[in-house]
Design a protein around this ligand. Structure first.
Ligand code: CP3
Length: 358
């Protein structure tokens, strides 16, 4: 019997089941059996089983070990029954893979040995080839076998956010060196972002070709910019990344923090799904993004430290604001905070599923 003539509409093969998953349906703005849920940073320090397997292994090293990546990526799926897995890695992994001298310092974040501030410094950024990240291809192959009908989300850092680490040399509150370069030497800035767009595109292609069902472009710190600067100095590079992977037909998610004023432009850059932090209600976000794109969000991650009743009430507020959306993927407005009680996340997944079951 052909796929078009299924008696009950039930998926018949594993790849059908994957395609018909609530997460991918919501990304495509199709009707869903329940609102799908996953969490940014769901694989990480909030889980005791994560801390146990990571013991004594530096962050970047753990990202290069397919067995460990597979285990850590699966942990939150097993524990919380989320609707999608997110590949365990970090936004600086492709930069490390092409030889940029950087490390992830615990409690600090990515630190770059020789910041990029001059044209000569651009030589640090060569092209990324699939061989540079063979461990990613291997890990995704293992993962898709284990995950079955649960989609795997691949990801990368967006050119602006990667540039902010490379130019500052580490995490930054005000992004002053980054902005100094952007405003002071627009040509060098454009060339830097274009380089990063090439690297990011190549890295996302590796993940999709290995079996990722969706990709998220994290522009975590782009909320530091005004819309006109975003449009002029960032959007061309982000658009280049989205266009590079458009042909695969996998949903492309675009997320940043403090991006209320940029939501429309971030959709225009080429996303199928726009991620929303907790500062803008989902119905207002939908107005800003406009039709034709699904939305992802947006419970404040700090809410999970409140009582179960308060978490449920705040979750219901998010669901009510999102009720009229064409496609909604429930998520936090930013990543899971390290001290979050994992049981609060498990309860949250169950609550969203129960409340939205159709
Ligand atoms: O979401 C997931 O579960 C997948 C894992 C993931 C990590 N980093 C693992 C990680 C993802 C999606 C990222 C993306 C990432 N990395 C972003 C974009 C997302 C966001 O939060 O805005 C950014 C800005 C980074 C850079 C980075 N790496 C930061 C700010 C930190 C935290 C530093 C700290 O220790 O407080 C990291 C380290 C990092 N990346 C950890 C994890 C699990 C912690 C390292 C550890 O467990 O020792």
């Amino acid at each position: 019997m052909s796929a078009n003539h299924r008696p009950s509409g039930q998926p018949t093969t594993p790849s059908d089941a994957l395609r018909e998953s609530a997460f991918l349906k919501a990304c495509r703005r199709e009707p869903v059996p329940h609102t799908p849920v996953w969490f940014m940073r769901q694989a990480g320090r909030s889980l005791p089983e994560y801390r146990k397997v990571r013991e004594g292994i530096p962050m970047l090293e753990s990202c290069m070990r397919p067995d460990l990546v597979t285990e850590i990526t699966l942990q939150p799926v097993r524990r919380h029954h989320v609707d999608a897995a997110v590949y365990f890695s970090d936004i600086v992994v492709p930069l490390k893979a092409i030889g940029v001298d950087l490390d992830i310092k615990p409690g600090v974040g990515p630190v770059v040995e020789r910041p990029i501030r001059t044209r000569d410094d651009l030589a640090q950024l060569r092209d990324l080839t699939p061989d540079d990240v063979a461990y990613v291809t291997e890990a995704i192959g293992m993962l898709t076998g284990e995950l079955g009908a649960t989609p795997l989300i691949g990801f990368a850092g967006a050119p602006f956010t990667l540039a902010s680490y490379l130019v500052e040399g580490g995490p930054s509150r005000n992004h002053e060196h980054t902005k100094a370069l952007m405003y002071g030497d627009p040509q060098l800035w454009a060339d830097l972002l274009d380089r990063l767009a090439e690297i990011t595109s190549a890295f996302l292609k590796v993940q999709i070709e290995a079996g990722a069902s969706a990709v998220q472009l994290f522009d975590s710190w782009v909320g530091a910019l005004a819309p006109a600067d975003y449009r002029r100095s960032v959007m061309p590079a982000s658009r280049k990344v989205f266009e590079a992977v458009a042909g695969y037909g996998v949903p492309r998610i675009h997320f940043g923090v403090g991006t209320g004023e940029l939501l429309g432009l971030m959709g225009e850059a080429g996303a199928d799904v726009v991620g929303v932090d907790w500062r803008v209600p989902m119905d207002e976000a939908a107005r800003r993004v406009g039709p034709g794109r699904a939305l992802q969000g947006n419970l404040d991650p700090a809410v999970l430290f409140a009582t179960p009743e308060a978490v449920a009430a705040k979750t219901d507020e998010v669901l009510a604001a999102a009720a009229g959306l064409e496609g909604h993927i429930f998520n936090l407005g930013h990543g899971v905070l390290p001290d979050t009680n994992p049981d609060a996340l498990t309860r949250l997944v169950d609550h969203v599923h129960t409340r939205t079951s159709r």
